[in-house]
Design a protein around this ligand. Structure first.
Ligand code: IPM
Ligand code: MN
Length: 356
């Protein structure tokens, strides 16, 4: 199979973890006789430095011409220290998600048995949890208008806006996942306070009744869901939620796995797909060869399976990652005393694949 992949390393540890994912993809190509062609493009702080734009037109063209997009991370502390900055790296990521129409973000969580002790939570509580967060990605408070400041500059506002159509699109994705899993969707919202959440409940309930009566649907307020996620994570199968709640809850889910550095994600629209780790650019670790490449490598596996239909190849990548973890070839986020770095973990996984 021949595929053209847009590769967007981004900022911070992005380039290092992406390099390992590409190495693993090359190993898959060699072992299974595929041809993966990569086209690199810039996004985020490095794109602002190059051309003043966090998501340049040229990068958009690369994404539009690709069969799938692999993305690293975005963000640079020099912008965090300057709240008045007019252009921020994160705007690049948001613009990319919006212009590519990537409305559904899938964040699967399933801890490794060999890593249960890495979670700060009690092992018996975490063992056996297996759920996926389906996060709406192109609406809500991230994009709603109006937003900004009043004229005096002493008041700021963001708007949370959702249309029925936006909720329907992502709800279908969540029910689809539930059908292939354990048949349960939990809609997480704040319907006791927010009008948008009440529209979510109404819309999701109607779709459920009309098209997915075989799926169990329940509702949970987001504050309660955050508590349940760390006290009873096995209760969840598919969590369907809006953009901001999904952002927060998916970081919480990193605690269950032992490290956020292990969690991949996929973002889908009607015609495009992007794959990225859920963690950020971790600037303090950039260039130190300590970042965990596994979340990005597993994102590449999701790309093979979900965009190219290469399930066997994806399974081999997952198996290779599980083997690295079981043998202790892991970075210091999981075991602080580990002598292994980003490159060693990447080579171990690539070698495992090549050895067949
Ligand atoms: C994520 C990130 C982004 C988000 C940031 C970098 C804008 O935290 O993908 O979860 O909030 O969506
Ligand atoms: Mn986030």
């Amino acid at each position: 199979m021949k595929k053209h992949i847009a590769v967007l390393p981004g900022d911070g540890i992005g380039p290092e973890i992406i390099a390992q994912a590409v190495r693993v993809l090359d190993a898959v190509a060699e072992r299974f006789g595929h041809e993966f062609e990569y086209e690199y493009a810039s996004i985020g702080a490095c794109a602002i430095d190059e051309c003043g734009e966090p998501y340049p037109e040229a990068t958009h063209d690369v994404c539009m011409n690709a069969d799938a997009i692999l993305f690293g991370a975005i963000g640079d502390p020099k912008y965090d220290r300057d709240p008045s900055a007019k252009v921020r790296p994160e705007q690049g990521l948001l613009k990319m998600r919006k212009t590519l129409g990537l409305y559904a973000n899938i964040r699967p969580v399933k801890p490794y048995d060999s890593l249960l002790s890495a979670s700060p939570l009690k092992n018996e509580l975490v063992a056996g949890s297996d759920f996926v967060v389906v996060r709406e990605l192109t609406g809500g408070i991230y994009f709603g208008e109006p937003r900004g400041r009043n004229e005096a500059g002493d008041k700021a506002f963001d708007s949370c806006v959702y249309s029925k159509a936006e909720i329907e699109s992502v709800a279908h994705v969540a029910f689809g996942y539930a059908r292939r899993r354990r048949g349960k969707v939990t809609l997480v919202d704040k319907a006791n306070v927010l009008a948008t959440s009440r529209l979510w409940r109404e819309t999701v309930t109607a779709i459920h009744k009309a098209e997915y009566p075989d799926i169990a649907l329940d509702f949970m307020y987001v504050d309660n869901a955050a508590m349940k996620m760390v006290s009873n994570p096995r209760d969840f199968d598919v969590i369907l939620t809006e953009n901001m709640f999904g952002d927060i809850l998916s970081d919480v889910s990193g605690v269950i796995n032992g490290s956020i550095g292990l969690l991949p994600s996929a973002s889908f629209g009607d015609s495009r797909a992007l794959f990225e780790p859920i963690h950020g650019s971790y600037p303090q670790a950039a260039g130190k060869d300590i970042a965990n490449p596994i979340a990005t490598i597993l994102s590449a596996a999701m790309m093979l399976e979900d965009s190219f239909g290469l399930s066997q190849e994806a399974a081999v990548i997952s198996e290779a990652c599980a083997d690295a973890i079981a043998k202790g070839i892991i970075t210091e986020d999981i075991r602080p005393s580990s002598p292994y770095g980003t490159k060693t973990v990447g080579s171990y996984i690539a070698e495992y694949i090549l050895q067949g």
